[in-house]
Design a protein around this ligand. Structure first.
Ligand SMILES: Nc1ncnc2c1ncn2[C@@H]1O[C@H](COP(=O)(O)OP(=O)(O)OP(=O)(O)O)[C@@H](O)[C@H]1O
Ligand SMILES: [Mg+2]
Length: 361
């Protein structure tokens, strides 16, 4: 699937955008502060109803405007045309998918799988487990339909159990929620574990050209003591849970260790190599999505060449060019990407200047 039209209104500094992106590669060139990241942010907004740079609506809304909108037509794998639109003002968000009103953002996300790689994606290595869980769950959500309902049921039971713990309820009252918690934890755990195994299998393809012989791996951590099953871990933790007032074990504590030569990546490899690794991980996800669903996802890559030397840049671009995704790449520099455009199945170059986006013919 691919976006075949894209419209953007009142988003950051962008003047009304109406473009027809190419199905494979789209390159967006422009000077600093021209609006490149804003274009990617607007496409992301169309798929997630939020930004990857901020949670504040007033930041993305164009100065002096009351509401913003991003809309597009998507051509599905089967050739169907599906219109999408997200319109937002300070109070409400209106989402439409295929002429239908959508109230849950998860329905939007499921229909428009997109992934973004930007300079802050580095958080995946440096920040807490929340970022890696988000990475993991993006992958599982898009390839396993049973994941989201189980995740919702788990969150509901967890909330109830935590409330009981906070209120210092009796032990037998707290354990009322344990069955629901355990049933769904087992589903989530199995899906996440299988997903990481699959990801590990294809990871080398995306990383080897740039990390060479270094051995990189993703290691799943379930969120409770290794070699213990979840009911046992839950029972063992009850005193601690009662003391702390929340559930201290379970899928909500899962993590993915990202290792190079057996050491945490951010303690082992250079900054440039880390950027390559993070990019490789996210590309591997897009590749796995493609493999499992036979669909293309939309990949937004901001400042693709930044921080990379020529050799690594070439290696990365050669991986990108062979991916079956609809890609939007931004760069300050035209030269680096011109050759990539020639080798793409279909490609277009756009230029952005003071918020005006136009196709380079
Ligand atoms: N809400 C807003 N309304 C109007 N303009 C805004 C708003 N938010 C940001 N801007 C301006 O939009 C411009 C474009 O920002 P953007 O981050 O998209 O640039 P960029 O092309 O990605 O630059 P860089 O190459 O430095 O990353 C900036 O000058 C910024 O000040
Ligand atoms: Mg930018």
């Amino acid at each position: 699937m691919a976006l075949i039209n894209l419209g953007i209104r009142h988003f950051r500094n962008l003047q009304p955008v109406d473009i027809e992106p190419a199905a494979d590669l789209n390159i967006i060139i422009g000077e600093n502060a021209s609006g490149k990241t804003s274009v990617l942010e607007a496409i992301y907004f169309l798929g997630r109803a939020t930004s990857f740079r901020t949670n504040r609506f007033d930041r993305i809304l164009q100065k002096g405007q009351n509401s913003l909108a991003v809309y597009a037509r998507l051509k599905s794998q089967k050739g169907q045309i599906v219109p999408f639109g997200v319109q937002k003002d300070a109070k409400t968000v209106k989402i439409r998918v295929n002429e239908q009103k959508v109230t849950k953002v998860s329905d939007l996300v499921a229909n428009l799988p997109l992934q973004v790689i930007h300079p802050n994606s580095h958080q995946l290595l440096e920040e807490g487990p929340k970022f890696r869980r988000r990475f993991l769950d993006w992958g599982v959500f898009h390839v396993e339909q049973t994941f989201y309902p189980a995740w919702q049921r788990y969150q509901k039971a967890l909330k109830q159990r935590n409330m009981a713990l906070r209120k210092k309820s009796r032990k037998d009252y707290i354990s009322i929620w344990d069955k629901e918690l355990i049933d769904n934890a087992l589903i989530l755990d199995k899906l996440r574990k299988n997903y990481i195994n699959d990801l590990q299998e294809i990871l080398h393809h995306y990383i080897k050209p740039v990390l060479g012989d270094m051995d990189s791996c993703v290691e799943y951590q379930q969120g409770w003591q290794k070699d213990m099953d979840f009911p046992e871990a839950l029972e063992k933790a009850i005193e601690k849970d009662m003391d702390r007032g929340y559930t201290t074990v379970g899928p909500q504590r899962a993590d993915v260790k990202i290792l190079v030569d057996g050491v945490l990546a951010n303690e082992r490899i250079s900054r440039g190599q880390q950027k390559i690794l993070v990019t490789g991980l996210l590309l591997a996800q897009a590749g796995l999505f493609n493999q499992k669903t036979n669909k293309k996802c939309i990949l937004l890559i901001d400042d693709v060449a930044a921080e990379l030397d020529e050799k690594n840049r070439e290696a990365l671009l050669s991986i990108l060019i062979n991916m079956d995704v609809q890609m939007f790449l931004t760069s300050i520099e035209k030269q680096t990407l011109s050759s990539v455009l020639d080798s793409a199945k279909s490609g277009k170059m756009f230029h952005v200047e003071h918020g005006v986006l136009s196709e380079v013919i």
